[in-house]
Design a protein around this ligand. Structure first.
Ligand code: GLN
Length: 490
């Protein structure tokens, strides 16, 4: 099998090829490195790739396999991580100049779990600085390009993670999702991306943006691959006090079980104005598919949806302003050369190190938290967040899953929204409320526009019902497999 053919395989296929000894982890990893070298000067999904270290881990996996000591299904499979997830001894920049020279002194819990499962970790993937954005245009190291059309954004903030999978530079990757940062780029790049229930995956070792919303989650070409990866990274972690003590089901095999007819809700607020017609047509076909499979489709209402963007931008910025206070020119970060006293060190290091969007958010968050404004902004946003959660609870008394588009439009052009923060913020209108409610949600590719730009649909589940959510997503995905189509890059 040539290296170009290898990279088109799913993880499930690669895992089979490994166990049948038709391919080694070294050959697989080399094939993905070759592909990265062929395409990444145009895609720019990677911020850093340590090829030697990548291949060394692959050799170790092959050695384990030879000795019958394979650690699991994904032993020997390469992965790359969004550059906010710590890997001991590797850089972590969060795509910010302020962390340009930072090296992680320890592994994130997800990293340790991947290592324990024998997954081969290589490379750091691009993002919007500190995960703030929807296009990767906010990366201090230049944007990532959408592999389906290099003039378009890959979405964000995990645009490197989605583009790397779409461009066949890795078979799977990890991202983080605070308001849509896994699902929206997955949708724009034509791959599968999932945000688990808040508390399902440990955040220990994730550079925090908004701690009550952040979740790490998987990307892959198929729902099956994402299920296999989720199984590895989930689970209780005493190092993260918000992680939930719960058994992790065997998602990878559970999704193959026979699916009972269920009830799927279509929230009318998600199907109104602002949605691109081609997106609408593709999602309509998904609805038809589920109906034909015997599921009951009903219209539901989530009336607080329109409040989710303002609520999110109050809570997320408040938490960001406090989380990012640690980057002060003293610890972690680069220090301004021009400081004359201690206050100067803080102000100038932060002034020089942070980009525009990060500064905007720190200022906005600090404002909402300041005395005199706290009750009117932050407290009110928290109360409204409760209403948003209650809306979902009410709907989930009636339905098993909620189906929506993931993004109102397909991938947009560079510069199209970057001068207008509000229009950029609106591209997360369908994803943000699930973070506020803490629910699991997945984006699955469901077609292409006539210009061959991918379209994604979103399925939202009940808290901790990942198995059911993945099963219903898999039922669609295994019949359509849009994530297995390759963009023309080589
Ligand atoms: N695009 C949203 C924002 O800019 C969400 C980001 C995210 O999920 N990390 O905040």
């Amino acid at each position: 099998m040539s290296s170009i053919e290898i990279v088109d395989n799913t993880v499930s296929q690669l895992s089979l090829l490994l166990s049948e000894k038709k391919l080694s982890s070294f050959e697989i990893t080399q094939a993905f490195i070759d592909q990265t070298n062929r395409v990444d000067d145009r895609v720019h999904a990677f911020l850093h790739l340590d090829e030697k270290n990548f291949l060394k881990q692959a050799e170790e996996s092959d050695e384990r396999r030879k000795n019958g000591k394979t650690k699991g299904k994904l032993d020997g499979i390469p992965i790359a991580l969004k550059d906010v997830i710590s890997v001991e001894g590797q850089p972590l920049t969060a795509a910010s100049k302020i962390l340009e020279n930072y090296i992680s002194p320890y592994d994130a819990t997800v990293t340790r779990k991947l290592k324990d499962a024998g997954v081969i970790i290589g490379g750091r993937l691009n993002l919007d600085e500190f995960a703030m954005g929807s296009s990767t245009e906010n990366s201090a190291f230049g944007p990532t390009h959408n592999p389906w059309n290099l003039d378009c954004v890959p979405g964000g903030s995990s645009g490197g993670s989605s583009a790397a999978v779409a461009a066949r530079e890795v078979p799977i990757s990890l991202g983080s999702d605070t308001g849509g940062s896994i699902r929206q780029p997955a949708s724009l790049c034509g791959v599968v991306g999932m945000k688990p229930t808040y508390g399902m995956v440990s955040r220990f070792g994730l550079a925090a943006f908004a701690s009550s919303l952040d979740q790490i989650g998987p990307f892959g070409k198929t729902v099956k691959d994402v299920s296999l990866l989720l199984e590895i990274i989930s689970g209780h972690d005493p190092l993260d006090s918000t992680s939930f003590p719960r058994e992790v089901p065997a998602y990878g095999s559970l999704i193959e079980d026979k699916l009972e007819p269920s009830v799927i809700g279509l929230p009318k607020e998600f199907f109104g104005e602002g949605m691109d017609q081609e997106v609408r047509d593709s999602v309509d076909k998904v609805i038809d598919f589920y109906r034909e499979q015997g599921h009951k489709i009903i219209e539901v209402s989530l009336p607080t949806t329109e409040l989710s963007i303002p609520v999110y931008y109050m809570i997320a910025t408040a938490e960001a302003s406090s989380n990012l206070a640690r980057y002060d020119g003293i610890r972690y970060t680069s220090r301004s050369k021009y400081s004359e006293n201690a206050i100067d060190v803080y102000a100038k290091s932060r002034g020089e190190g942070f980009g525009e969007e990060v500064k905007r958010r720190c200022i906005l968050g600090a404002y909402g938290l300041s005395s005199g404004y706290y009750d009117a902004f932050y407290l009110r946003a928290q109360k409204t967040r409760t209403l948003i959660r209650e809306d979902f609870n009410r709907v989930f008394d009636e339905v098993d899953t909620i189906l929506t588009p993931t993004s109102p439009t397909p991938a947009f052009k560079f510069g199209e929204k970057s001068d207008d923060p509000i229009s950029m913020y609106l591209s997360d209108i369908y994803t943000i409320s699930t973070n506020l409610a803490g629910l699991p949600a997945i984006s699955v590719p469901c077609g292409f526009t006539k210009n061959r730009l991918p379209i994604g649909m979103q399925l939202i589940g009940k808290a901790f019902h990942e198995s059911e959510l993945l099963s219903i997503a898999h039922a669609y995905d295994r019949e359509h497999n849009f994530g297995c189509e390759s963009p023309q890059l080589v």
